[in-house]
Design a binder for this molecule. Structure first.
Ligand code: GLU
Length: 362
């Protein structure tokens, strides 16, 4: 890979946990050594790290993963600072600074915050510092969680327009029916998703279904992805040099604009609007905006400016967009002609409910 390319490397808990569940410092140091080699070549690297909860459990002497949310969050809080301490020490030995970034889904939903993260990462790069990202586990509850770190790493890759996303885990890649590593995937076919869902091998899927979902999102944004075993010697350097390592997923080279990618992949929809057949046709095939007249039903509570799902009458989502009207306003104007909006609401902010510039067909 050439200079200035951006690589996001996700390091899973299973990679950096030793058999007794404590942090495997030697392995972590080795990975940071490889990442430093990549940085020395002039590439930019963002690390998405897991392992905070595991590290915290180790420090607290917990034998089992706690069930209570506050215990998990306390473990994450203790573990995250330990983890960061190690990252910063090991990178420092190679002459690199680190910058910690802790995120939740809320940070991706809000476009201003989203753009701020992007600026911070860019500024860290300008100081030759390595952004080290994790979910902000101490504040995140189910509603505001990014999901897992596979998803978080694909969101980060999309946000910073990465050239490559590497997911490091404890299996050698996606395994086929005979338990051999699939070297290359050029399309997310039914067979591929089936391989990830149904573990046919003793070695298991290693959370492959969630990895593939995240990779689907990243490759659709034009990012090449790799799943590989983080415990294999020189794995990161081999991947960067294009050697046979893990499973590579071809990017689909999308042309979607940044704002549309944010609407489609990064923000979390707050609700749904179902539309009739005519509106579906107009949106899908005629590049039109969504008008109130085509709306059949409204689900969830959302405000003007939120991202919403757009579904057909059988509630199958086919688009996403930013709504100009809140859910309560839409309940009053659904099915109405644009000229009748003012009569129903007492005002009319926009003609379109979702303008075509703020709409993505999925
Ligand atoms: N944020 C969690 C941790 O640091 C990990 C979540 C994940 O690996 O998906 O422990």
């Amino acid at each position: 890979m050439s200079k200035n390319k951006i690589v996001v490397i996700k390091i899973g808990t299973k990679v950096i946990a030793s058999p007794d569940k404590s942090l495997d410092k030697i392995l972590l140091k080795g990975l940071i050594g490889q990442i430093s080699d990549v940085l020395d070549r002039g590439l930019k690297v963002i690390v998405v790290t897991s392992g905070a909860i595991g590290a915290g459990m180790g420090l607290l002497g917990m034998k089992r993963r706690p069930v209570k949310l506050e215990e998990l969050q306390a473990a994450a809080s203790i573990g995250q600072s330990r983890l960061m301490h190690l990252y910063s020490d090991y990178f420092k030995e190679r002459g690199y600074l680190t910058g910690q970034i802790l995120l939740t889904q809320e940070d991706f939903n809000d476009r201003a915050r989203y753009l701020n993260i992007k600026k911070t990462i860019g500024t860290l790069f300008s100081h030759r510092a390595v952004p080290v990202i994790n979910e902000n586990d101490t504040v995140s509850t189910e509603e505001i969680k990014c999901g897992d770190n596979d998803r978080l790493s694909s969101l980060v890759s999309d946000l910073c327009r990465a050239d490559m996303l590497i997911l490091l885990t404890d299996v050698d890649g996606l395994l086929d029916e005979k338990c051999n590593v699939v070297n290359f995937v050029d399309e997310m076919s039914h067979r591929v998703t089936k391989l990830a869902r149904e573990s046919l091998c003793e070695l298991g899927t290693g959370g492959m279904a969630s990895k593939l979902e995240s990779i689907g999102r990243a490759t659709a944004s034009g990012i090449e992805c790799v799943i590989a075993n983080g415990k294999t010697k020189d794995i990161i350097v081999d991947i960067i040099e294009g050697k046979h390592a893990g499973t590579r997923f071809k990017s689909s080279g999308t042309k979607l604009l940044a704002r549309k990618r944010w609407i489609a992949f990064s923000s979390k929809p707050r609700g749904s609007i179902s539309v009739d057949g005519g509106a579906r046709e107009a949106l899908s095939n005629k590049n039109k905006s969504l008008l109130a007249s085509g709306i059949v039903s409204v689900d969830g509570e959302f405000a003007s400016g939120d991202v919403v799902r757009i579904a057909d009458k059988s509630f199958t989502e086919f688009a996403r967009g930013i709504t100009n009207y809140s859910s309560s306003e839409l309940l009053k104007i659904k099915g109405l002609k644009t000229s009748d909006i003012k009569g129903a609401l007492g005002y009319k902010s926009r003609d379109e409910v979702v303008h075509k510039d703020n709409l993505v067909i999925l």
